[in-house]
Write a protein that binds this ligand. Structure first.
Ligand code: AKG
Ligand code: FE2
Length: 281
């Protein structure tokens, strides 16, 4: 069956919700914290309904790292948070193009993810039209594994695996992390922590170096949701699958604007791409 191209969802967008000072702060620092203005009941319901999406081993042992990718397909609150008019409006104001959410990740505890920039995972042509919006679903402090980031690091060059003489592949990803760690040390970059309150969001620029700080109190949770966005009128690709043979373009499925949607079939193109990746490299 021929796949039809998804029309851009008709999102409701709050126009220009940010002040000029917030826009310049983002340009200089590569991140911005703002209030999402969502109700406590909404956040309670989101957290409760995502819980069954985490893997069994996390439910048996709540200190085991866990994530639920694209829970928006099943849990409407996750979808609603991803398409929140205020978040879409802020992104549009910061990047000057319509924001298009393509992936959600929910976490029940700290990720302890090593420092990276999302540009190594998702990039665009023209480059850098990608952002993450990290939402605190409960209060975050230094003990429950806050986001850790390096203000201003989005102004560094965009580092791909090849810049460290690494073949792009997830098998080599730990060497990317080692190189980024060395770079942060060599440049003496200073980190900050995203100790933000429940219902606040932190937008990061695609090239901002960030990761998850260690969770020092493992008796606690750290409920959070990240939505990754691209922007309109770009080409999208996966740097980690793009090597000498060319860019691995992607055709993201944009998170729908309303609760009534049908998911794309397992599209013939992506099946072919998977086959190529498995057998021709
Ligand atoms: O939540 C975290 O600790 C990091 C998440 C992250 O790096 C991402 O979603 O891009
Ligand atoms: Fe990230």
């Amino acid at each position: 069956m021929k796949a039809t191209k998804q029309a851009l969802p008709a999102y409701a967008v709050t126009q220009s919700p940010l002040s000029e000072a917030q826009v310049s702060e983002f340009a200089e620092r590569g991140y911005l914290v703002f209030d999402l203005d969502v109700s406590s009941d909404f956040l309670d319901s989101l957290v409760a309904r995502v819980e069954p999406c985490y893997p069994e081993d996390h439910r048996l042992n709540p200190t085991a790292p866990a994530r639920a990718q694209d829970a928006w397909k099943r849990i409407d609150e996750v979808r609603q948070l991803a398409v929140l008019p205020l978040a879409l409006g802020a992104l549009e104001q910061l990047f000057g193009r319509r924001a298009l959410p393509f992936q959600t990740l929910n976490f029940p505890i700290g990720t302890r993810q090593a420092t990276h920039s999302d540009i190594v995972h998702f990039n665009s042509i023209p480059s850098g039209f990608m952002a993450g919006v990290w939402v605190a679903l409960e209060d975050i402090d230094l003990d429950n594994g806050p986001l850790q980031y390096y203000p201003g690091s989005h102004l560094l060059p965009e580092y791909a695996m090849q810049d460290f003489d690494l073949e792009p592949s997830y098998d080599n990803y730990r060497f990317y992390e080692e190189n980024i760690k060395a770079l942060v040390e060599a440049r003496g970059l200073q980190h900050e922590f995203g100790t933000i309150k429940r219902g606040q969001a932190l937008i990061w620029h695609a090239n901002l170096l960030h990761g998850g700080a260690a969770q020092t109190d493992l008796s606690r949770s750290r409920h959070s949701q990240v939505t990754h966005y691209y922007f309109e009128d770009c080409e999208y690709y996966t740097p980690m699958h793009s090597g000498a043979e060319g860019l691995s373009l992607r055709d993201p499925f944009w998170i729908p604007a309303t609760a009534e949607f049908s998911l794309p079939e397992d599209r013939p193109v992506s099946r072919l791409k998977r086959f190529v990746r498995r057998f021709i490299r």
